[in-house]
Design a binder for this molecule. Structure first.
Ligand code: M6R
Length: 361
C-alpha cells in the first residue's frame, strides 16, 4: 500500500534515504576509498577504452550523470538516447562497454540499443532495478541498483539510486582503465555516505510546496543547469511536465541565449540548478532571464550566499561534493513537481498517455 501517503510517488520520494542506503550498503568504504561491487572486482574492465550509456527518459538523465562522472576522470564516455542509438549505432568494438540504464529492464528502445551494441561486438552491462529482467538476462553483466519496487509511473527513488550506482561503477571502470583511483574519490565516497541523511534533511525542511503554490499560475516552467546540474535541469522539467501537464523545458544554462531566451517572460519562472562548481557562469545566465522579468528560483547549497542574494526564492540543499549535489537538487525538484501536480489535482501515479514500462519501440 501507500503507507499513509496520498500517492505512491510521494511515498517513493520519501523512501529515498532507505533506497540509497540499500544501493550503497556494503559497496563503499569511504575512509579508505575502497569500492566493492559484487560481480565487478578490480580488473573487471581491463581492456575497455570507452564507455557508452544508452537509456530513455529519467534513466537517460542518470546516464548523462554517469558519462560526466567517467569522462571527467579521464575515460572517454558518452550517453545516447536509446531510440536514436538503435537507428544509428555509433562505431563500437570489443574495447567498448555499453551500459543500458533501465529501471525496469524491459524498455524496448533500450533493449534494442543493447542488442545493436552486442551485435557490433561491444561488451554490454545492464544497470537495472529488476533482477531477472530482460536487460539483466541478455547483457554480459548486470549491476542492480537495489532501490526496491517503484510503483508510481514517475521515476523518483530509482533516479537517485541510478546516479549513486553509475558513480560507483564509474569509479571501478576508471580505476581499471586509467590504472589508478580518482584523486577526489574519498571526498566523493564520503559525500555518498552522507547522502541518505542529506536527502532526509531536504524531506524534513523543504519549502517546495510553498514555491509550487507561489508560481502555480504560470505560463511555462524552465529549468537550467550546467555541468552536473544540466541532467538535473532536464530531469526536473521531465518530471514537471509528466505529472502536472504544464509546459516545462530543461536547458543547458549556456544555451538559453541561443534561442530559448525568446520564451522567457515575467510569467515563466526559471528554476536554476547550481552544483557548486560552475556557479558564477550559471549566475550570469540567471541575470539574463531576470532582465526579462522572469522570477528565478535557485536550487543551491545553503552555503552559497552569492546565489541566494541574486534570486527571488531558494530551494536549499546541504553542502556536498558537486558530483553528488545533483541528486539532492533533484529531490527538491521532485517535490516541486509533486506539489504542483497535486495543486492541479492530477492523477499523479498514473499520468495520462504514459506507462511505467514502455515495451514498444
Ligand atoms: O524502466 P526504464 O528506466 O527503462 O524507463 C525509462 C523511461 O520510460 C522512464 O524513466 C520514464 O521517463 C519515467 N516515467 C520518467 O519519470
Amino acid at each position: 500500500g501507500k503507507g499513509g501517503y496520498e500517492h505512491y510517488m510521494l511515498k517513493e520520494i520519501h523512501e529515498q534515504p532507505t533506497a540509497l542506503r540499500q544501493t550503497l550498503r556494503g559497496r563503499i568504504e569511504h575512509v579508505t576509498g575502497d569500492i566493492s561491487l559484487e560481480d565487478f572486482p578490480e580488473g573487471t574492465f581491463d581492456g575497455i577504452r570507452r564507455v557508452q550509456f544508452v537509456a530513455c527518459g529519467t534513466s537517460y538523465h542518470a546516464g548523462l550523470a554517469g558519462s560526466h562522472f567517467i569522462e571527467s576522470r579521464g575515460v572517454p564516455s558518452q550517453t545516447f538516447l536509446a531510440s536514436e542509438y538503435a537507428v544509428s549505432t555509433p562505431p563500437v568494438d570489443d574495447e567498448t562497454l555499453v551500459i543500458g540504464v533501465t529501471q525496469s529492464g524491459e524498455t524496448a528502445d533500450t533493449l534494442s540499443a543493447l542488442r545493436r551494441a552486442n551485435a557490433s561486438g561491444a561488451r554490454t552491462l545492464a544497470l537495472t532495478n529488476v533482477i531477472g529482467s530482460t536487460a539483466a538476462r541478455e547483457c554480459d553483466d548486470a549491476l542492480f541498483i537495489r532501490a526496491g519496487p517503484e510503483i508510481g509511473v514517475a521515476a523518483t527513488k530509482t533516479f537517485s539510486s541510478q546516479v549513486a550506482s553509475v558513480s560507483l561503477l564509474g569509479e571501478r571502470i576508471v580505476r581499471d582503465v586509467v590504472g589508478h583511483r580518482s584523486e577526489d574519490i574519498e571526498a566523493v565516497l564520503s559525500a555518498f555516505a552522507d547522502l541518505p541523511d542529506h536527502v532526509q534533511q531536504i524531506l524534513d525542511f523543504t519549502k517546495a510546496h510553498r514555491i509550487a503554490k507561489r508560481y502555480h499560475d504560470s505560463d511555462a516552467y524552465f529549468f537550467i543547469g550546467r555541468g552536473t546540474a544540466f541532467p538535473v535541469a532536464l530531469e526536473g522539467a521531465l518530471k514537471f511536465k509528466e505529472i502536472s501537464y504544464e509546459h516545462a523545458e530543461g536547458f543547458a544554462a549556456g544555451e538559453l541565449k541561443h534561442g530559448p531566451l525568446a520564451l522567457v517572460t515575467p510569467t515563466t519562472p526559471v528554476f536554476a540548478v547550481f552544483d557548486g562548481q560552475n556557479d558564477e557562469k550559471t549566475l550570469s545566465n540567471v541575470k539574463e532571464v531576470e532582465a526579462r522579468g522572469a522570477p528565478v528560483i535557485a536550487v543551491t547549497s545553503d552555503a552559497n550566499e552569492t546565489v541566494s542574494q541574486h534570486v527571488d526564492d531558494v530551494l536549499t540543499i546541504p553542502d556536498t561534493h558537486p558530483d553528488v549535489a545533483g541528486v539532492l537538487a533533484n529531490v527538491q525538484l521532485q517535490l516541486l513537481s509533486y506539489h504542483a501536480a497535486a495543486l492541479l489535482d492530477r492523477p499523479i501515479d498514473k499520468p495520462r498517455n504514459l506507462a511505467k514500462s514502455v515495451t514498444v519501440e
